[in-house]
Ligand binder design. Structure first.
Ligand code: C5P
Length: 206
């Protein structure tokens, strides 16, 4: 069984997916981490992020491994754990360029579809493009201000700067971020994390 949790940037997808996965006793899978890892490796190698051929050749030369557990996801390149470097503002700024490349999307999708079920998958297009057959689909939203206030606890920038960056990332991610027609939309603005996890669990098929 696959459960998909999509949503806008900083809507709480990872925390909710982790909580749901723990309740179900299955792993969760963060697709955004793979886009972030591709971006980080491209930046570190000094590549032009919009050049798909260069980036893909670089990614194929040093295979990434997504370690998907219910408690959290980690991305490895051989013995190096990239995870702590994936949520910088530098990666935030570059990732939408990388995620707009069809070749990179196919590379990420291939890795996700190779994972053994069951799992909870979170991202932008899990319920639409990658796992349209999922047993249950959810889509998380919240206002830009609420999301920026949450993210400000994890970033050095102030709330208005984070909000502006989130709105810009939403705009760049619009193409792949539409909710699936059969997704249950949850506005997380007035809910606690436990409240959102409870709403997802209550919406699962018996
Ligand atoms: O979920 P997160 O904010 O970490 O995702 C980082 C970026 O990866 C998004 O801004 C988006 O550009 C891209 N992404 C995507 N499709 C997904 C997951 C993430 O395009 N399924």
């Amino acid at each position: 069984m696959i459960v998909t949790i999509d949503g806008v940037a900083a809507s709480g997808k990872s925390s909710v997916a982790s909580g749901v996965a723990r309740a179900l006793g299955v792993p969760y899978v963060s697709s955004g981490l793979l886009y972030r890892a591709a971006t980080l490796l491209g930046l570190e190698a000094g590549l032009r992020l919009e050049n798909a051929a260069e980036l893909l050749a670089h990614l194929r030369a040093q295979p990434l491994r997504l370690e998907a557990l219910a408690e959290g996801n980690r991305v490895w390149v051989e013995e190096r754990d990239l995870t702590a470097d994936l949520h910088s503002s530098r990666v935030d700024r570059g990732v939408s360029v990388v995620a707009a490349l069809p070749e990179v999307r196919a590379w990420v999708d291939g890795q996700l579809r190779a994972l053994p079920e069951p799992f909870v998958a979170e991202g932008r297009d899990m319920g639409t493009a990658v796992f349209p057959q999922a047993a249950a689909k959810f889509y998380l939203t919240a206002s830009p201000r609420v999301r920026a206030e949450r993210r400000a606890r994890e970033r050095p920038e102030d709330v208005p700067a984070i909000e502006a960056a989130l709105v810009e990332r939403d705009r760049l991610d619009t193409v792949q971020s539409a909710p699936a027609p059969d997704a249950r939309v949850i506005d997380t603005g007035n809910l606690t994390l436990e409240g959102v996890i409870g709403a997802v669990l209550a919406g699962l098929p018996a």
